[in-house]
Write a protein that binds this ligand. Structure first.
Ligand code: ADP
Ligand code: MG
Ligand code: MG
Length: 898
């Protein structure tokens, strides 16, 4: 098999669509070569080798690729006119990881590989720049020590041993900045670094470039299994089997002096989606310097630079002198970069995130990929590119990640409240949105408060988990492309970066802003859209759902086959869902209606009565409440079907468990407290989820079903009299045999007829059932004979198919997921192979008996994109989900059908 793919000098063995084999970075490096973008030559080792490495070990992997790698290195040597390991004219490379999808910061890159005590002199002579040579060597030993030799400290409190050595030397010399090190200092650093390596690892630093190369390649493969990578994969549902590729590439140097630079750029604004080329760079810098947040990066375009200066409150003189744009410092290179970014965006037809390096006045591209973006930018870029005729409607839709729309549906700061809020500090608008929460200073403490704001000097990949848990992120240092900013945008999390006025003291767990002190736990608010940081809590308000968002929704409706309903129990929820575009209610739970105010009293009276008369008397009290609730909901959903589920939970959930309430109830009902207690004890069950609930209640107490049916039909008729189009669909829960449904349907239909007679008017209504017991799915042809519709209750169906109690699964599901026994939580993502088969059988058998049977789903899965896709594939008519997930489901339904 072929395991190594080379690229360079306008040729490449790989191309863009080979991401699975050579990783995203390698595939795009190859593609850029093919379309004439300047890229240093190199090669990619395939992801298959990663699998060999993890399954069969280091030696098996090396022997599989040794010859190919040697030939590929020879090609780099030829193209760069250098020799790997040569002392006069050495070939230096970077070793870079690259999975199929980009995993920012997950894998560590080693630069300047190939240097040793001899080669460094060769580089010094060749470049005529001794300081640069030793700076590169110093960086190499440090990176190699950290990444390959495992010297990076495990705990966040410990500082990197190499950084400590540098700090010591700075103190000895009385200097403050890395740039103040002389060549002699750098030589001394290399010696001290190597001593540290020997002391910590017990082995001397490898001088042999080939040993260095194999060490680095192995380290990339190892990093695929490091904790951070595993966590990121879990967060993004990336399978471990994919593996990572390794890219080896000739070095180019951004640190060769004032005619060299390195930078990152976006072809459009990753935060807002605006069609504006933007990015940051640093002169005389290498690799991660721009994103590390240690030096303040400069803007690429003049316009961007001016905007930045305004936000950072830097005067025009200072900006020009200290932070000029690339457009000003290197106008020719800037023009070339502009042309390349346009070429790349037109080629990939998506917003690109670029890495480039300028070596002594020559521009090289080191990476391009589809840029991470916020939900708002995702929507705007898709709509803009459609309107710019770069992409068609289906492509525009496919650019929408349904789950990411979530960010757009949530509140923003209330403009009135903002006027009164006190601005504490101003940073960069790194990732939009509004966040209010309590300050924490350490990522692993983000879960301490329900709403926390992670406040850091700067973030690093170790902080990923905490960043995900926090409501928002505030950093004192770093630019728009800092780690915090990039990761936050990817997560859709509000972030303000580089708020210089914020002084953080990790030890004391406080931050000072302009003399004002904030402790851990104090409230602050962040506006990631403007970069403002506010004191205390700030009121929020609902977002605007028109504009580009509305266009995406219209497109979805054009391409979707299924409709989207909502799960709603109140007129308020129904209205919210209508605004989000829900077409009907797929599940209206009636039990919630029994808890409010006086209703619970009547409900308890009904439950505790031991006679039919007693129950009927209590039910008569409940009837008007129910009717009123239904009127509200039907009216909010006028013109659309509303599926009302009859009483479902075990009665035990409604009775009082406190002595005082029991006493009060006894008094009201005129019975003894002991009678109340014994009745409650009677209701207790060993396994309530499989006990006296669902249609079993309505079968043992038919009067409950009759009351609910009456309330529903009366409500619909009352609305009809007012000219409102109410469309009730009455749903019987927890049916396992057709006889259960027949029993309940008979009560419902006869009650309806009675009401029609009393009112002298009729209305159309449906009677159907939930399919949530496996037996009902398996006998769906029989069940369908009695049903106008089915609704798959996949929460219970999952519980009963897998035999996992929903309420107890928390004890073992995490272990199952960790050990790969389950790939996903089946209560979140529908288990296609198991539960999915029952759904499929249910639909097929049901429609075999009744071809026009209406079928939907109302479990949690109805708003989960991959489950929605499954629902489309088995021909459901609709999915139903909570109001805030309706837009997500609408897009998912469209994506499933294109
Ligand atoms: P990541 O996947 O974390 O972005 P990269 O492999 O892209 O890591 O490398 C990190 C940094 O090193 C980037 O800023 C990149 O520009 C720089 N870099 C990588 N390879 C080279 C090279 N051959 N020459 C110069 N700089 C390089
Ligand atoms: Mg990169
Ligand atoms: Mg159920």
């Amino acid at each position: 098999a072929k395991y190594v793919y080379t690229f360079g000098d306008g040729k490449a063995e790989g191309k863009a669509d080979m991401k699975n084999l050579i990783g995203g970075k390698g595939a795009n490096l190859a593609e850029m070569n093919l379309i004439g973008v300047p890229v240093p030559p190199g090669f990619s080792i395939t992801t298959e080798v990663c699998t060999i490495y993890t399954q069969q070990g280091h030696d098996a992997a090396v022997s599989a690729i040794k010859e190919e790698v040697e030939a590929a290195v020879a090609l780099i040597e030829e193209l760069t006119n250098t020799t790997f390991g040569d002392k006069d004219n050495p070939c230096l490379v970077s070793v870079r990881s690259g999975a199929r999808v980009s995993m920012p910061g997950m894998m560590d890159t080693v630069l300047n590989l190939g240097l040793n005590d001899l080669a460094v002199q060769g580089i010094a002579k060749k470049s005529g720049n001794e300081r640069f040579a030793w700076d590169s060597y110093r960086r190499f030993v440090q990176m190699y020590g950290d990444v390959v030799l495992g010297m990076k400290p495990e705990s966040k409190e410990d500082i990197d041993p190499f950084e400590a050595i540098m700090e010591n030397l700075k103190e000895e010399k009385g200097i403050e900045l890395d740039t103040q090190f002389t060549t002699e200092d750098l030589k001394l650093l290399v010696i001290r670094f190597k001593e540290a390596v020997l002391k910590v690892t017990g082995k001397s630093f490898p001088d042999d470039p080939w040993e260095q190369l194999w060490g680095a390649v192995s380290a990339v493969f190892d990093s695929w299994m490091n904790e951070r990578a595993i966590y990121y994969r879990k967060l993004n549902n990336i399978p471990a089997e994919w593996g990572t590729a390794v890219n080896v590439q000739a070095m180019v140097y951004g640190n060769m002096g004032d005619t060299s630079a390195t930078g990152v750029a976006f072809t459009r604004d990753a935060a807002t989606g605006e069609d504006i080329f933007n990015g940051e760079y640093l002169i005389n810098a290498q690799g991660e310097d721009v994103v590390a947040g240690t030096r303040t990066p400069q803007q690429i375009t003049l316009e961007g630079s001016k905007r930045w200066a305004e936000l950072a409150e830097v005067t025009e003189e200072v900006r020009k002198a200290e932070y000029p744009s690339l457009e000003e410092t290197m106008p020719e290179i800037f023009k070339e970069l502009m042309a390349i970014q346009e070429k790349l965006e037109n080629h990939y037809k998506d917003m690109q995130d670029l890495e480039f390096t300028i070596q002594d006045g020559k521009l090289w591209l080191l990476q391009t990929r589809n840029g991470k973006r916020t939900g708002a930018a995702m929507v705007k870029i898709a709509v803009d590119m459609l309107e710019q005729e770069m992409i068609d409607e289906k492509t525009a839709l496919s650019r929408i990640e349904p789950a990411k729309l979530d960010e757009l549906l949530h509140p923003v700061f209330d403009t009135a409240a903002l006027q009164d809020a006190k601005v504490l500090a101003k940073g960069l608008p790194a990732s939009p949105g509004a966040a209010t929460g309590q300050v924490v200073f350490f990522a692993d403490e983000a879960s301490k408060y329900e709403n926390s704001i992670l406040v850091r000097i700067e973030t690093s990949p170790e902080d990923l988990e905490g960043m995900n848990l926090a409501r928002g992120i505030l950093t004192a240092r770093g630019g728009m492309t800092s780690h915090a900013a990039v990761v936050a945008r990817g997560m859709g999390k509000c972030c303000v970066s580089g708020a210089g006025a914020v002084k953080i003291d990790y030890k004391a767990r406080v931050m000072n802003v302009d003399g004002q002190q904030f402790k851990e736990g104090d409230w602050i608010s962040l506006n990631g859209t403007t970069g403002q940081v506010y004191e205390g809590k700030v009121q929020t308000m609902n977002p605007d759902l028109g504009g580009d968002f509305g266009k995406v929704m219209d497109l979805s409706d054009k391409f979707a086959r299924m409709t989207v309903r909502t799960n709603a129990d109140t007129p308020h929820d129904a209205k919210v869902a209508r605004d989000f575009g829900a077409q009907g209610i797929g599940l209206c739970r009636t039990e919630h209606m029994f808890f409010e105010g006086n209703r619970i009293k009547a409900m308890r009276e009904m439950i505790l009565s031991s006679t039919l008369e007693g129950r009927e008397k209590a039910l008569a009290k409940l009837l008007p409440y129910q009717r009123e609730d239904f009127e509200g909901i039907f009216e909010a959903m006028a013109g659309y079907g509303v599926t009302v589920r009859l009483l479902d939970p075990p009665l035990h959930e409604f009775v009082p468990h406190q002595q005082a309430t029991q006493k009060e109830l006894a008094k009201e009902m005129g019975i003894s407290i002991d009678a109340v207690k014994s009745k409650i004890a009677d209701l207790e069950e060993f396994n309530p989820m499989l006990g006296h609930r669902g249609c079993r209640l309505g079968i043992t107490y038919p009067e409950i079903t009759a009351m609910q049916a009456r309330a529903i039909i009366e409500a619909a008729l009352n609305l009809k009299a007012k000219g409102v189009d109410a469309r009730p669909e009455i749903m019987v829960p927890l049916v396992g045999t057709v006889a259960e449904l027949r029993n309940q349907a008979k009560i419902i239909r006869s009650t309806a007829e009675k009401v029609f007679e009393e009112k002298g008017d009729r209305i159309d209504y449906l009677v159907g059932t939930m399919i949530e017991i496996p037996r009902a799915a398996l006998t769906a042809d029989h069940v369908a004979a009695e049903a106008d519709f089915f609704s798959f209750g996949t929460n219970d169906l999952t519980q009963m198919t897998l035999g996992y109690s929903r309420d107890d699964a928390g004890k073992f599901l995490p272990v199952y997921l960790e050990n790969g026994i389950l790939k996903q939580d089946p209560f979140q993502v529908l288990d296609r192979n198991g539960v999915g088969q029952l759904v499929k059988i249910g639909v097929e058998k049901g429609r075999s008996a009744k071809p026009n049977l209406k079928v939907g789903i109302c479990g949690e899965h109805g708003g989960e994109p991959s489950s929605v896709e499954f629902c489309d594939s088995v021909d459901l008519d609709y999915v139903s989900c909570s109001p805030y997930r309706v837009p997500i489901a609408r897009v998912a339904a469209a994506l499933a059908n294109i």
